[in-house]
Structures are given as structure tokens and as C-alpha cells.
Design a protein around this ligand. Sequence first.
Ligand SMILES: [Zn+2]
Ligand SMILES: [Zn+2]
Length: 104
Amino acid sequence: MPPAPEPSYRELALKLLPWICVRCAREFPASRLKELTVHHKDGDHHHNPPDGSNWELLCLYCHENEHARAEDARAGGGGEPKKPPAAHRPLAGLADLLKEKRGK
Ligand SMILES: [Zn+2]
Ligand SMILES: [Zn+2]
């Protein structure tokens, strides 16, 4: 696999935020920083405010769980409605809704 270019928001996030997974509170030294990922709270990877307000650092496991939970919520699988569902394509569902409303 060729090395993917690091998105610059990751570097910024790592500068701003402590190297700790916000879910499991594990700390990550520089040597294991690869296991720490940047999660976008609103699910929009293009929403990168420079103050870091849309970022959370999550370890690989918690990050996967976080997204699995969002998928569950979208599928109507129950679970506690702790956060608004962070859909990665929030507009896709909206477009469907609009289509239905117009009733074609
Ligand atoms: Zn974690
Ligand atoms: Zn994420």
C-alpha cells in the first residue's frame, strides 16, 4: 500500500488536542500516534474549524464503535439517543425525504 498523504486537519487536531482517546481515556505516546484517529463530531470531514471544535481524538477501536453506532441509529436499531445521529451523508436522507414529499 502506498502511504496516503496525511490530511492536514489531522496534524492540526494533534497539535490542539491532548493525545488521549476521548472514549476510553487511553493515552497515546508519539510512537503509537497511528492508533489515534481524528473523528469529526458532526460527521462532515470537510468541516474543519481551526479551533478544533469539530474534532475528537479517538483510538481505532472507539472510532469504529462510534461509526457503528451512527449506522445503527440510522437503521432504526434503537439504542440510547445520546447524540444526534452523525450521518456521513446527511444530505442523502434529506433528498429522499424531499422526494417523498413531492410525491412523484
Ligand atoms: Zn478508545
Ligand atoms: Zn469519525
